[in-house]
Design a protein around this ligand. Structure first.
Ligand SMILES: NC(=O)c1ccc[n+]([C@@H]2O[C@H](COP(=O)([O-])OP(=O)(O)OC[C@H]3O[C@@H](n4cnc5c(N)ncnc54)[C@H](O)[C@@H]3O)[C@@H](O)[C@H]2O)c1
Length: 325
């Protein structure tokens, strides 16, 4: 039987996930919910058979959905998840989980004891190169990790507002923090230094910092520094992570994995797979069968990543190190 799926949001990532769902066997993209009926109906014209709705409850009352994808900006989380949990509808939600801890805490509390299937869009976890990275460092002693998300400022209006996106570290660099946790373990303490150097004078209404470095101590004792900027011109960027170990250096970016040891470059892996397809396949498989083993980021696990990025924001404001509880 075909699974009936709904999508919330009508932006770029709703379309990306809709396109993936349209290619899947025995999956029907049944409904799209936007901030207005008009926007939702407009997007529905691009996906044959889908119906547009202007309100979440209208969509959930009218359709019997097996799963819902939540692809809304960070500030729009909260009521959507709570309504889906109340109705026991499994959901896939794009990162980040929110702009602060409060909303996300209350969703986590509501999920307790609900045994609902959830999945979060930390897509790097699904890349072959990341699985290979984990195998590579498994028997090495990790000492230090550095990471970065260097690029330009996304031009959607919510991104430049502190209470719209949470800022770059919460919105974007969260991918690197999540990867760090996945590969090297949980974070104990963070200290962050943020500044706005350029973009507040260049664009209207910019409230978020455009440069920052966060130093961290992991529970294992590993020391980490992750930096980000969104002040560069479009088209220039650097996203990735380097791990320094007793056996050498392991460098990862979304397309490569390189291992350098005493004998020089030992291995380079090229990776051009599509992790977005894999993460959706894992979620849909779980909804269809109840087997959640292929989901690599549940809501509760993503919450641990969100705690780190929110602690970094707090540290940048207080100028003090913050323990991650
Ligand atoms: N995993 C990734 O690689 C990746 C990449 C890009 C974006 N994202 C994430 O996806 C999310 C959406 O990003 P986007 O690029 O699609 O943004 P976007 O601005 O293009 O689209 C957001 C859409 O959500 C709609 N919306 C806002 N509040 C809503 C609500 N309460 N109900 C229904 N619709 C609502 C907006 O009208 C808009 O259509 C963000 O959290 C972003 O971080 C993830």
């Amino acid at each position: 039987m075909s699974l009936q799926v709904g999508i919330i949001g009508t932006g770029s990532f709703s379309k990306l996930h809709s396109n993936i769902l349209m290619e899947m066997k025995d999956v029907t993209l049944k409904a799209i919910c936007g901030t207005s009926q008009k926007k939702a109906e407009q997007m529905a014209t691009e996906f044959e058979g889908a119906i547009g709705y202007g309100h979440l409850t209208d969509m959930l009352e009218a359709e019997k959905l097996d799963a819902v994808y939540i692809c809304v900006p960070p500030m729009a989380h909260g009521d959507i998840e709570k309504e889906l949990i109340r109705r026991q509808i499994p959901f896939f939600v794009e990162k980040p989980l929110g702009v602060d801890l409060e909303t996300v805490n209350s969703i986590v509390s509501q999920l307790e004891g609900a045994s609902l299937i959830t999945s979060v869009g930390y897509h790097f976890r699904y890349k072959q190169s990341v699985q290979k990275l984990i195998e590579t460092v498994e028997n090495m002693q990790i000492g230090l990790v550095t990471g970065q998300w260097m690029g330009d400022m996304p031009q959607v209006p919510w991104w430049r507002k502190q209470d719209g996106s949470g800022g770059q570290f919460i919105e974007q660099t969260t991918h690197i923090v999540d990867l760090l946790r996945y590969v090297a373990g949980d974070v104990e303490e963070v200290y962050a230094s943020y500044e706005n150097r350029v973009t507040e004078n260049k664009y209207e209404g910019v409230e978020v910092p455009d440069v920052g470095t966060v130093t961290m101590k992991l529970k294992s004792g590993v020391v980490v520094a992750i930096s980000n900027t969104c002040m560069m011109p479009g088209g220039i960027g650097q996203v990735g992570m380097s791990i320094y170990t007793d056996e050498g250096m392991v460098e990862w970016d979304p397309n490569h994995l390189k291992l350098t040891g005493v004998a020089g470059v030992l291995e380079t892996t090229l990776d051009s797979d599509n992790p977005y397809t894999k993460e959706s396949e894992a979620f849909i498989h779980a909804v269809r069968t109840g087997d959640t083993s292929k989901i690599l980021s549940s809501y509760q696990d993503a919450y641990e990543t969100h705690k780190v990025t929110c602690a970094a924001l707090e540290s940048s404001r207080t100028g003090m190190p913050v323990k991650v509880n």
